[in-house]
Design a protein around this ligand. Structure first.
Ligand code: AP5
Length: 215
């Protein structure tokens, strides 16, 4: 099954994609995670991506499409995967359709998670991520047992550079301009499913499960 988790920054795409990747036994592909890892390792890709990411701008389409083409050609994606944070422009969506069509595959569902802007700012400013395993926490909604330490692996928790309020506002502006057109792109293909994201993590998971069961 090939799924896309769509939605503004901070709606819970990564949180839910992690849960469903485990549930469905398919990889969770987050372009944001791939780019952050490249930045942390100081690779050529990381050096280019850093300038865009710290301002909350999109990394150019050709770079991100190249990353995805390479990633989905790996054997673990044969039966499907969950895309989180990709595609983000109509150009990226069309490129993804083309790559999948080459092996007679297509996107099954696009789960569009909806949350209002003030809640998004609250979620992102309280987010902490594990530097070692990537698990996502929230200082109020889902805090770790021990302050600053990951429950799963003992790694240190950090705050993302782009989770400062002025960068969050720019990410939302870029989302409205570049990514919102994907909603009608996928609605026309009859694969779009809207999910209310303001409820608890467990309730959002249940709603997505229902959508995947009933279609
Ligand atoms: P990326 O990493 O993709 O960030 P994003 O899309 O802005 O999304 P986030 O990761 O911020 O949020 P999320 O929806 O995954 O929420 P999460 O589950 O963490 O992209 C970062 C940058 O990389 C971009 O700005 C761009 O520069 C570049 N980039 C990436 N992909 C690109 C592409 N395709 N093209 C071009 N450039 C690209 O949850 C957020 C918080 O809320 C957490 O603390 C969580 O614990 C909490 N939470 C989650 N669900 C709930 C709930 N139901 N109730 C209460 N709290 C909740």
């Amino acid at each position: 099954m090939f799924l896309i988790f769509l939605g503004a920054p901070g709606v819970g795409k990564g949180t839910q994609a992690d849960i469903f990747a485990k549930e469905l036994g398919i990889p969770h592909i987050s372009t944001g995670d791939i780019l952050r890892e490249a930045v942390a390792r100081g690779t050529e890709l990381g050096l280019v991506a850093k300038g865009y990411m710290e301002k909350g701008e999109l990394v150019p389409d050709e770079i991100v499409i190249g990353i995805i083409q390479e990633r989905i050609s790996e054997p673990d994606c044969k039966k499907g995967c969950i895309f989180d944070g990709f595609p983000r422009t109509v150009t990226q969506a069309a490129a993804l359709d083309k790559v999948l069509a080459k092996s007679n595959k297509k996107i099954d569902y696009v789960i569009n998670i909806e949350v209002d802007e003030e809640e998004i700012v609250r979620r992102l400013s309280g987010r902490r991520s594990c530097a070692k395993c990537g698990r996502i926490y929230h200082l109020l909604y889902s805090p770790p047992v021990k302050d600053g330490i990951c429950n799963d692996c003992g790694g240190e928790l950090y705050q993302r550079d782009d989770d400062r309020e002025e960068v969050i506002r720019n990410r939302l502006r870029v989302y409205n301009q570049e990514t919102v057109p994907l909603i009608s792109y996928y609605r026309k293909k009859s694969v779009l499913r809207n999910v209310e994201g303001k409820n608890s993590v467990e309730e959002v998971t249940q709603e997505i499960e229902r959508v995947l069961k009933t279609g």
